[in-house]
Design a protein around this ligand. Structure first.
Ligand code: MTE
Length: 318
């Protein structure tokens, strides 16, 4: 007989406010102690602080965002990840358990009215939360469909209040080689960086993710805060974000920095433009034996193509 067993992260909604207040106090103390870099060392009260916004899941699904394909089984998508901080294979879930996601501060700085730091739980509480089903297309020609929970990036931009001259939004992942063995590999210019234009960031489809499959985000998906840009190749969807910076200079992402002949700033999905080493015409659907044709802008062209009109001379597809 089916029955509901309360999971570790589920608490009564009535407890949420009290724990947010508690977390605020912890973060104020930690900041006062001068811990730098946006990511704070784990503390003794971690278990208590962990649950406060986890209990808000599942978020209400926004039916305007449907994928038109079956959702990829969680057992598949959560065991096939790219998260180089935890290794260069797809099997990083076990290693990613080392990632400590509370306390977690997001720094908002650069060309904004008021630079600030905000704790992840306060941020989640302040944002308009919803679930969206998105297609996801990796540059390596595999794809999946995931129900992400989160909030529009535009809502975060509104909170940040960009100054008039800001043109790009740059995101940065944590940098802590003690917590992420992959960051001890000197070949990569850590931390992971990605960026979009302010127009792309303000687009309806640009989504900040704090959960998946109706639950808090599993570490290997990039907990506690990642980006989802479904019309772009997956490497643009940066994980475990600690900093968002508004700037007037085009930032260089980690992959563009390493391999500019293969990976660029725009990385919009286009089946007609091959990667230098493989075709992008079709994709392998994770969890199936299917190989299906890849769609322009991953099928989101109607919504996003307008952003790119007039951008002649830009390499929009790499
Ligand atoms: N973000 C960070 N910080 N580190 C990474 O290695 N990999 C990128 C992107 N974001 C990556 C990252 C790549 S190449 C892809 S395809 C997606 O995350 C994979 O997301 P998934 O593991 O949820 O499928």
């Amino acid at each position: 007989m089916p029955f509901h067993r309360r999971k570790g992260w589920e608490i009564a909604e009535s407890r949420v406010t009290a724990e947010a207040v508690f977390m605020d106090r912890r973060q104020a103390l930690a900041l006062g102690a001068g811990l730098a870099g946006g990511l704070l060392a784990p503390g003794v009260a971690m278990a208590a602080s962990k649950v406060q916004t986890d209990a808000l899941h599942p978020y209400a699904r926004n039916g305007a965002y449907e994928a038109g394909r079956e959702i990829t089984r969680e057992s598949v998508s959560s065991e096939y990840n790219n998260f180089y901080e935890y290794g260069t294979t797809k099997s990083v879930a076990a290693a990613a358990r080392q990632l400590v996601t509370r306390p977690w501060l997001l720094t908002i700085d650069g060309m904004v009215e008021q630079p600030r730091q905000i704790g992840i739980d306060d941020l989640i509480m302040a944002m308009p939360r919803e679930e969206r089903i998105y297609r996801f297309r990796c540059v390596e020609a595999w794809s999946m469909v995931v129900p992400w929970s989160g909030f529009p990036l535009r809502a975060l931009l509104d909170m940040a209040k960009p100054l008039g001259g800001a043109r790009y939004v740059r995101f940065e992942t944590f940098h802590d080689p003690k917590m992420a063995p992959g960051q001890r590999a000197p070949f990569y210019p850590w931390p992971y960086i990605e960026a979009v234009t302010i127009e792309e960031a303000a687009h309806d489809l640009a989504f900040m993710v704090t959960g998946a499959y109706g639950k808090p985000l599993a570490n290997q998906f990039g907990a506690p805060l990642r980006l989802a840009l479904p019309w772009k190749y997956g490497f643009k969807s940066i994980k475990s974000i600690v900093r968002m910076t508004l700037t007037d200079k085009r930032p260089k992402g980690l992959w563009e920095a390493i391999q500019p002949a293969e990976y660029g700033f725009w990385a919009n999905v286009n089946p007609q433009v091959a990667h230098p080493r493989w075709s992008q015409a079709s994709e392998n659907v994770l969890g199936t034996n299917e190989r299906i044709p890849t769609q322009m802008f991953n099928g989101y062209g109607e919504q996003v193509a307008g952003i790119y009109t007039g951008l002649t001379g830009e390499k929009l597809w790499m």
